[in-house]
Design a binder for this molecule. Structure first.
Ligand SMILES: CC(C)(COP(=O)(O)OP(=O)(O)OC[C@H]1O[C@@H](n2cnc3c(N)ncnc32)[C@H](O)[C@@H]1OP(=O)(O)O)[C@@H](O)C(=O)NCCC(=O)NCCS
Length: 247
């Protein structure tokens, strides 16, 4: 396997994928998916959700294939015990992670280290509701920071924290086996993304880097990377090709 699309070791490429249904190719994409992915696709009750899943998976295959010099259908995944997909180890040593919410997906690709990405669409909820969720799931320090934000800043305090936390657990690939209250991220869209403390794995404070991502209005996005040195984040747009161009 050779890397076709250039990726320097100090870079994380983050691809934005539009899942807005009006713009999605109507058929043919499913042919690119594995039998297990097709079975998953068929389980979606809502056609819109099925089409978004198919589009995100097709894009993921297209993106990874473009680095590996493979057609999308030839990319093969393994899954760890907590569901994180990864590539068979090969000379490319590509790490990736996918996240989707509403009309958008993000796919992060790098050789710099284990990576996790999260995008969240803002849903209309009261401040009281957000504070209740933060009190229940976030660390005490994070909750205090959100609780002391002005009413107009609660949304950004909440979602900056949520996406940074989610990116961190996705980076390790252990899902909620990492209790959310056992680590603390910085809070607030104007506060640089950072892991402040982790009882779960204390060395991460120096080894895990967090980054906020540029995402469309109404969304928040963050990335976590286990890497010794800072990296450059390169944000790119992926266009889902017509099905006939995928094989
Ligand atoms: C997968 C998980 C880690 C994230 O789920 P999510 O936020 O609903 O979904 P995202 O869209 O960000 O990510 C899903 C993608 O991540 C990947 N993924 C699946 N399991 C993963 C894991 N354990 N670690 C990293 N990535 C994983 C897959 O590519 C998946 O895409 P797919 O559904 O097309 O297969 C979920 O298991 C989880 O634990 N969620 C916690 C939710 C929560 O309470 N968050 C509070 C944050 S404060």
């Amino acid at each position: 396997m050779s890397i076709r699309q250039h990726l320097s070791p100090e870079t994380v490429d983050v691809w934005s994928i539009s899942l807005a249904c009006a713009k999605l190719p109507s058929s043919g994409l499913i042919d690119v998916l594995s039998p297990a992915e097709r079975t998953r696709a068929e389980r979606f009750v809502q056609p819109k959700d099925r089409q978004r899943f198919i589009t995100a998976r097709t894009a993921l295959r297209g993106i990874l294939g473009s680095y590996l010099g493979l057609p999308p259908a030839a990319v093969s995944f393994r899954i760890n015990a907590h569901g994180k997909p990864y590539l068979d180890p090969g000379p490319a040593m590509l790490q990736f992670n996918l996240s989707h919410s509403g009309d958008w997906a993000l796919c992060a690709v790098t050789t710099a280290g284990e990576v996790g990405v999260d995008i969240e669409r803002v849903r209309r909820r009261s401040e009281v509701h957000r504070l209740k969720i933060a009190q229940r799931f976030f660390s005490a320090h994070e909750y205090r920071a959100i609780n002391s934000a002005s009413p107009t800043d609660i949304e950004s305090a909440f979602f900056s924290g949520w996406t940074r936390k989610e990116a961190y657990i996705k980076c390790h690939g252990k899902g909620l086996a990492i209790p959310l209250a056992t680590f603390t991220v910085s809070i607030g869209a104007t506060t640089p993304a950072a892991l402040i403390q982790s009882d779960w794995n204390p060395v991460d404070v120096t080894q895990c880097r967090l980054y906020d991502l540029d995402v469309p209005a109404g969304y928040y996005g963050a990335l976590a990377l286990l890497a010794p040195e800072p990296v450059r984040i390169c944000q790119l747009n992926w266009s889902v090709p017509a099905a006939s161009n995928l094989r």
